[in-house]
Design a protein around this ligand. Structure first.
Ligand SMILES: [Ca+2]
Length: 244
């Protein structure tokens, strides 16, 4: 039989271990959706109530346009924060990396956004065009991609379906860069959008997103999908109880 003090210390250590593994590296925000939800993410005002779906399937975030016409399907999911993250409006200089899997060699699967202004929707965006192997960096003053879009740069890339590839949008001061699988493809200078949150954006194709990672000096150290899931924690608790 273990004493009450031993039991206390065992429980204390388990909780500390879970907190340490959840926090991770300094200045890094992570969401790998392995906890089965997308807590903290919210749809943009554009088509906010349309019948497209954003769902977590086997630890990946899936967008399905549900065969709606593009102007009803187009949708964005912004990270707006939750009880763990409250400063998204102050995210200034950071790199956003997202794994993206396309399902067909066709245009209009969208891309990712950074420095999104949650009041009016202004942002920088990377859009991929698998139909013609091109990738573009845009800036845009509002939620709707077609309300004043300006192309800041473009390049070609080798599109591939049914496999994840990493897209990075780097915003450091007025230098905006785009990387694909670690290779720099676009570099531009622009100072219009200075801070704001991140977003995933799709027009009218099925797209999978995973491993959202943001790094920067004012980015909180948060893992939105903790290493020790509720199921595993219950297992650990069960193990402790059996030994008591
Ligand atoms: Ca995942």
């Amino acid at each position: 039989m273990l004493s009450k003090l031993h039991i206390f210390w065992r429980i204390f250590l388990v909780f500390n271990f879970s907190i340490i593994t959840t926090v991770g590296l300094a200045g890094t925000f992570l969401d790998d959706f392995n906890d089965g939800d997308y807590d903290g993410w919210k749809r943009s005002p554009q088509n906010e109530k349309s019948n497209v779906s954003w769902t977590v399937v086997k630890g990946e975030l899936k967008f399905d346009p549900k065969n709606l016409p593009w102007d009803q399907a187009i949708s964005q999911l912004n990270f707006v924060g939750n009880q763990k993250v409250s400063n998204v409006k102050d995210w200034t200089d950071y790199d956003l990396e997202v794994d993206i899997k396309h399902t067909e060699l066709a245009n209009w699967p969208g891309g990712i956004r950074a420095r999104v202004d949650l009041d009016v929707g202004g942002h920088y965006a990377v859009w991929l065009y698998p139909g013609d192997n091109s990738i573009k960096l845009y800036k845009n003053p509002g939620w709707d991609i077609n309300t004043g879009l300006v192309t800041l740069g473009q390049n070609t890339y080798k599109a591939e379906v049914e496999k994840f590839h990493t897209v990075k949008l780097s915003c450091q001061g007025d230098t905006i860069k785009v990387f694909y699988d670690g290779k720099e493809l676009i570099s531009a200078k622009d100072s219009e959008h200075k801070k704001g949150t991140i977003a995933l954006c799709v027009q009218d194709k099925i797209v999978y997103f995973d491993n959202v990672k943001v790094t920067g000096p004012n980015i909180p150290n948060v893992n939105m999908s903790p290493v020790i899931s509720k199921g595993k924690l219950a297992y650990v608790w069960g193990g402790i109880k059996n030994k008591i």
